[in-house]
Design a protein around this ligand. Structure first.
Ligand SMILES: Nc1ccc(F)c(C(=O)c2c[nH]c3ncc(Cl)cc23)c1F
Ligand SMILES: [Fe+3]
Length: 301
């Protein structure tokens, strides 16, 4: 039978402006600002720009995953269990902090290039919040590529599936995360299940029309330029984007976890008691924070 597509509408557009974060770092915050909260399962999305010497020195995480995707420059990371490495342009690090990670994230000191990328914080279901930490790290060449039938869209499949190409990353709840480069006047279509939280975040480059009139029966398209978060309506199951000029954007979506969220900085749990427990575990160096009391990173020294 023919499947009829219901196109997603645009619920809200928010421009992200630069703000200070970490030590000397600059971020354009998308998800996590007062206008972009309650986008379950997403807790934060930062487009970071970090010059050498600045960065994100030693800090903990519990109860969620951080997804670092480098666009330019390179970042070093080092955690309290001896896991360290370098994230180069196009590389992906999906770090499931679970019960506890203490780490530092700093630009590669050997590079004079500004580090530019995205860090997305994805909440974990209660059953996984105290799981053992895991890393899924893909160099740029290992991130699966897809393209639209006319070749007008080239997609890096970070999570989920696009044009039949599945991601390599395994997630604790259903997530879609695509890096899309769309040529001028070309159309990109993506299935995003109805009921999911979903948004487009535009990067440097051109303008796009979301919810294009030519393909969705007359709804007036919403035109946006760089550094905008375009929140999509929950109804409908098909995202349509048309490039007014060559554009670079990410498409991020996820099934809602629908559990209580209690967040205090880098700890995200379900109850206040669990947050208090996270602070005491971190201070005492127990329950996943073993070794935290006497550890200090070398990269942020
Ligand atoms: N204040 C505060 C509190 C807790 C944190 F975890 C952080 C933090 O590490 C980051 C926040 N945005 C980021 N973008 C990119 C990277 Cl690599 C790291 C961060 C932070 F800045
Ligand atoms: Fe971190």
């Amino acid at each position: 039978q023919t499947t009829t597509r219901a196109f997603k509408s645009v619920a809200k557009v928010v421009l992200s402006v630069a703000q200070a974060e970490g030590v000397g770092a600059i971020v354009r915050r998308s998800i996590g600002t007062h206008q972009l909260r309650n986008l379950d399962p997403f807790l934060m999305l930062d487009e970071f720009t970090v010059n050498p010497g600045a960065g994100f020195p030693d800090h903990p995480h519990r109860g969620f995953a951080t997804v670092t995707y480098m666009l330019a420059g390179s970042f070093d990371h080092e955690d309290f269990c001896g896991h360290k490495g370098r994230i180069n342009p196009g590389d992906l690090q999906w770090m499931t902090a679970g019960r506890g990670i203490l780490h530092a994230e700093m630009p590669n000191p050997a590079s004079s290039e500004t580090a530019h990328g995205l860090q997305l914080w994805v909440n974990l279901p209660a059953k996984d919040k105290m799981c053992a930490p895991t890393y899924q790290e893909l160099p740029n060449t290992d991130v699966p590529r897809a393209q639209s039938p006319d070749g007008g869209a080239v997609i890096k499949v970070i999570a989920g599936t696009s044009y039949g190409v599945p991601a390599k990353v395994v997630t604790n709840s259903p997530i879609l995360y695509l890096d899309v480069v769309l040529e001028k006047d070309r159309v990109f279509e993506q299935v995003v299940p109805a009921g999911w939280t979903a948004f487009v975040y535009t990067l440097d480059g051109g303008e796009i029309d979301v919810g294009c009139s030519e393909v969705d029966g007359g709804a007036t398209p919403t035109r946006v330029g760089p550094h905008n978060t375009v929140v999509l309506g929950a109804e409908g199951d098909s995202l349509m984007v048309k490039a007014v000029s060559k554009a670079h954007f990410v498409v991020i979506g996820g099934q809602k976890i629908n559990e209580p969220i209690v967040q205090h900085g880098p700890f995200v749990m379900n109850t206040r008691d669990e947050i208090l427990q996270a602070f005491t575990d971190y201070e005492r160096g127990v329950n996943g924070f073993e070794g935290s009391k006497k550890w200090a990173s070398k990269i942020a020294a």
